[in-house]
Design a protein around this ligand. Sequence first.
Ligand SMILES: Cc1cc2nc3c(=O)[nH]c(=O)nc-3n(C[C@H](O)[C@H](O)[C@H](O)COP(=O)(O)OP(=O)(O)OC[C@H]3O[C@@H](n4cnc5c(N)ncnc54)[C@H](O)[C@@H]3O)c2cc1C
Length: 273
Amino acid sequence: MENLYKPQLAKIANIEELSPTVKIFTLKLAKKFKKNKDGLYFIPGQFVMAGDFGYGESTFGLASSPYDADIKICVRAVGNVTKQLHHKNKGDTITVRGPYGNGFPIQKMSKKSVIMAAGGVGIPPIVSLVEYLIKNRKKYDEVHLLYGAVAPKDLLFKKEYPRWQKSEIDLCLTIDKPSTDWQGEIGFVSGLCKKIEVDPRDTIVAVCGPGPMMKSMEETIHPLGIADENIYVSDERRLKCGIGKCQHCTCGNKYLCLQGPVFPYSEIKENWD
Ligand SMILES: Cc1cc2nc3c(=O)[nH]c(=O)nc-3n(C[C@H](O)[C@H](O)[C@H](O)COP(=O)(O)OP(=O)(O)OC[C@H]3O[C@@H](n4cnc5c(N)ncnc54)[C@H](O)[C@@H]3O)c2cc1C
């Protein structure tokens, strides 16, 4: 019988240190993920369970192009598993299970404008979506990426910004409070919504970030006139098994790991916390 919990090994091909607490790991999987009919190794917004023997596993949104066989995860060191992953070196192996979950509605976004909004370390799954949209840029109308962090040093994936902008991604950045090394926008991501004009009937929103950011996004997206069913949120509440067995991630009558982590806001707003 197949053991659903059995992970595969992944070799760390590269480690990029983005800040003292955040690292990006490029992973070469012993067994590549199976491509879907669209030639994607996963759908942007899907996640993996990654870990180390003896320490356990944690959940990470895939942060690389879905067209690449090697995957990237962006790990913020907060506790047992994530700190252990930060001790790993290039050439070491870690464990990976997945990809799991549903991902963002990339087909529904076709021929529409897309607003992506991310806060802090919520950006990894959005990065994957950005890479997908760039590869298929002609299929989409306007593409806006609103991204905010506490301070300039906390803005992740900086190296990629020039390439994204050259690929017609309208990148709007903000930081929470004034800083001597920052000339850009100040305030929360939600405030950036006021700077963009889109046809609300033809716009899909993808959001990922901390709870309070989600709430304030909702308050600012509604004035733009975008319906709740066109606002997709990636819910990053704690989950354990990733495969709908342990029931740690229930959200109302849904399992985040099976039916999520991406939900139309209309479906989960009653159970948001
Ligand atoms: C769908 C999904 C995608 C995610 N993507 C990423 C990602 O790309 N990069 C990343 O760094 N993290 C991501 N996370 C969060 C990550 O899974 C947790 O930070 C991680 O499980 C912590 O594991 P740990 O053993 O290091 O910490 P623990 O020792 O288990 O906990 C350390 C502290 O963090 C808190 N904590 C743990 N998990 C969460 C959580 N999910 N939400 C809020 N607080 C938590 C604990 O309560 C505790 O206070 C994602 C979570 C989900 C559900």
